[in-house]
Design a binder for this molecule. Structure first.
Ligand code: ASP
Length: 429
């Protein structure tokens, strides 16, 4: 068996193991939820073994996020033919992210308005939800510049890390010959970090299994029943966006088959699903986008972390449906101006918040407030949010990958030999 085939086989079996882990976790979670409560299951399995395994898995993913984003982005900027290109690349990426998010929220509002998931919903007497404050737009802009880059790294402030990495990259590449050693250092550091991502992948099936088992053993499906119209509307629109909006975009603008992209992204989407965090998924998304879809590293190192922070189409879809649902449940009519306000706020709200579990609910408070709807309405949907968070995070991550492909294509740098599984070299730069 030649090296290529061997590599293909091991990748396939890893994908297979992750898929298996997800379904096994689903089955064991449902089983553990169904059996009578006992100390062994609750204390030793769910809050013991599975909690430890799941948390350690997420922690090891997070451990790699900041160094990987920083190092690979510095490498990316150093690898650009012309640093002046960054502005063009950034503008294009940002525009595409904003366009896809506004399409997502418009689609959600439109379909939810027709379905009316909140109509006739009986409000529970006691609604308790205290909203947290989402950052103001001016604050987001000021905070782009890291006054203390070490603190930004410690706090995982992705936009600040991105800005700092770009500046360091510009510094190195404009030094010319004098920057050569630093370029080599970052390139080697990048290889080391990617090697750690490879190692981590081997533990992925255990992590996925533990996380999924715990969620389904703790949540079950009981909470979904009274909110099934809301739940299913969000899921349905996530599918429409995935199969219609992204597919059209990939087909027309990247000239690649969306089903092939979906197949290659499947394990990455499962990571996103089980961790409910686009940020924690960055190392895996980056690896897939470069090594399976053929996006050069200098582009992916920019588009993927940026996308994990500002591109949350799945989240925007949840927010659109939640707005219509809450308005319906309270019997409040929303007009065109409120709809436009929701589209505007939901698109911008995603920019300043990191892709971590549950952040969509925080920005939803901002959206509802702008639309003049009761923020306490969030209490209605909280019970099913964890499951929807998992699903929408998978869509968020797919969106980051799709936009990365389109950006690479418009730069004429999408490597079709990697995309079609006939790489002429091991990894794209
Ligand atoms: N968990 C989502 C993400 O990481 C954000 C959210 O919708 O809450 O992309």
């Amino acid at each position: 068996m030649n090296e290529n085939n061997k590599e293909k086989l091991s990748r396939t079996s890893l994908t297979f193991k992750i898929v298996l882990a997800l379904f096994a976790g689903l089955a064991s979670g449902i089983f553990l939820k169904a059996i009578p409560k006992n100390v062994f299951v609750d204390q030793y399995l769910l809050d013991g073994l599975f909690l430890i395994t799941g948390k350690m898995f997420i922690a090891s993913l997070k451990m790699l996020v900041v160094p990987l984003v920083f190092v690979s982005l510095v490498c990316g900027v150093c690898g650009l033919d012309d640093v002046k290109n960054i502005g063009k690349l950034g503008g294009k990426t940002l525009l595409l992210y904003l366009i896809t998010t506004s399409i997502a929220i418009t689609l959600a509002l439109f379909i939810a308005f027709i379905i009316g998931p909140g109509d006739g919903f009986n409000l529970p007497i006691d609604l308790s939800f205290t909203p947290q404050n989402a950052p103001a737009i001016s604050e987001i802009i000021i905070n782009l510049v890291p006054s203390n880059p070490i603190k930004s790294a410690a706090d995982g402030k992705m936009l600040q890390i991105i800005v700092f990495a770009i500046l360091i990259g510009i510094g190195i590449s404009t030094l010319g010959k004098d920057g050569k050693r630093m370029t080599e250092f970052f390139s080697d550091a990048n290889k080391v970090l990617m090697q750690l991502v490879n190692l981590l992948m081997f533990f992925a099936p255990f992590g996925v299994f533990a996380l999924i088992t715990r969620v389904f053993a703790k949540q079950g499906f009981a909470a979904i029943m009274p909110l099934s119209s809301y739940f299913l509307t969000v899921l349905g629109i996530l599918m429409v966006h995935l199969f219609l909006s992204y597919s059209t975009m990939l087909l027309i603008f990247a000239r690649i088959n969306p089903f092939v992209v979906l197949k290659k992204m499947r394990p990455t989407m499962m990571f996103a699903f089980s961790t409910a965090s686009s940020n924690a998924s960055i190392p895996i998304t980056m690896k897939t986008v470069c090594e399976k879809l053929g996006v050069p590293r200098s582009i992916a190192s920019f588009t993927v972390p940026l996308g994990a922070t500002i591109n949350m189409d799945g989240t925007a879809i949840m927010q659109g449906v939640a707005t219509v649902f809450i308005a319906g449940a309270y019997g409040i009519d929303i007009g065109v101006s409120e709809f436009l306000m929701v589209i505007f706020t939901a698109t911008l709200a995603s920019i300043g918040t990191a892709g971590v579990p549950g952040v969509g609910l925080i920005t939803l408070a901002m959206v509802l407030r702008q639309a003049g709807l009761p923020v306490e309405g969030i209490g209605l949907i909280m019970g099913v949010d964890r499951l929807l968070d998992m699903a929408r995070t998978a869509v968020n991550v797919f969106g980051d990958a799709a936009v990365s492909c389109v950006v690479a294509k418009t730069e004429n740098r999408l490597d079709y030999s990697i995309y079609s599984d006939q790489p002429t070299h091991s990894s794209s730069v």
